[in-house]
Design a protein around this ligand. Structure first.
Ligand code: AMP
Ligand code: MN
Ligand code: MN
Ligand code: MN
Length: 276
């Protein structure tokens, strides 16, 4: 099997390893083609490209863009774009700029339930402060014993209706697809199984995504169950989407799936990498 892992993170966003280390680890795991997809940032791509070349592994430019749709936070992956594109870079900068202020509001919310120092605590985990994310807050909450592990953090904190969650303005679906398209890239819906959408809402979302130029969905994902894989394979066939495969690796000991160590795409789907 041609081993593609098209979703992972480095310290440029909320991963635990530097971009070059991510690429080296992927090559060591037998990955043939990697996309580094940091949240809202292209900072790691150059270092990942050098390390991938040194290891004889393919690398395609990637990014994971935070958007809101119907007040729900959704992630859109961009692949194989021109990383020097000004519109894409400016768009990503516009999303990043609100993160520090959001982190202060999250910290204030956590204080209300007796958790002090979360802003500074989370920042200690953020190698790239402007990409401060809920993952960094999660690590701090585990550190102080507020939760057993990252998964339980996101059951009790930082999600709608729980302490530490704040509303935030991200990009729109149309913004994200416009930026990716103008930079010559291909857009994919990240881990669609994770969104709390009814069947009707999912259909509406996928319809809008397709109408706005979206071409792919992540079918095999580190955050999907086998049931999700089957459901989104069916959607991909029905809507004519290309299919993607990605671990969403954030770091050793934190992610359930290591780089490249996922099931292959189900039969009968068109792999997105054939369009790169
Ligand atoms: P943010 O972009 O600040 O909203 O943070 C989102 C990040 O939090 C995701 O990219 C994941 O790294 C992490 N995250 C969200 N939900 C979960 C979860 N259920 N389990 C583990 N990590 C999660
Ligand atoms: Mn993340
Ligand atoms: Mn994501
Ligand atoms: Mn991700």
């Amino acid at each position: 099997m041609f081993n593609c892992d098209l979703h992972c993170h480095s310290t440029c966003s909320d991963g635990l390893l530097g971009a070059a280390d991510v690429a080296q680890r992927a090559a060591g795991n037998g990955v043939d083609l990697l996309a580094l997809t940091d949240h809202d940032s292209l900072d790691g791509l150059a270092a990942a490209r050098l390390a991938a070349a040194a290891a004889g592994m393919g690398l395609v430019n990637g990014v994971e863009i935070s958007i809101e749709w119907q007040s729900l936070q959704i992630h859109i992956l961009g692949y194989a774009f021109d990383s020097s594109d000004q519109g894409l870079n400016a768009g990503l900068e516009s999303i990043r700029s609100g993160r520090v202020e959001r982190a202060r509001r999250m910290s204030a919310e956590l204080e209300k339930v007796g958790i002090d120092g979360a802003f500074d605590g989370a920042m200690r985990y953020a190698a790239n402060p402007c990409l401060i994310s809920r993952a960094h807050f999660g690590r701090y909450l585990v550190e102080i014993g507020a939760a057993r592990d990252l998964r339980s953090v996101f059951e009790s904190y930082l999600v709608p209706g729980r302490p530490g969650y704040v509303e935030h303005r991200w990009a729109t679906l149309a913004d994200s697809l416009g930026w990716i398209d103008a930079a010559g890239g291909i857009a994919a819906v990240a881990h669609p199984g994770r969104y709390k959408l009814s069947r009707a809402e999912m259909r509406r979302f996928l319809g809008e995504f397709k109408d706005l130029g979206g071409r792919a969905v992540e079918v095999v994902s580190g955050s999907h169950t086998q049931e999700h894989v089957d459901i989104f394979a069916r959607y991909a066939r029905e809507y004519g989407f290309l299919a993607s495969r990605g671990s969403d690796f954030h770091g050793p000991g934190e992610s359930y799936f290591d780089l490249g160590q996922l099931a292959p795409l189900p039969d009968g789907l068109k792999p997105v990498w054939e369009a790169f």
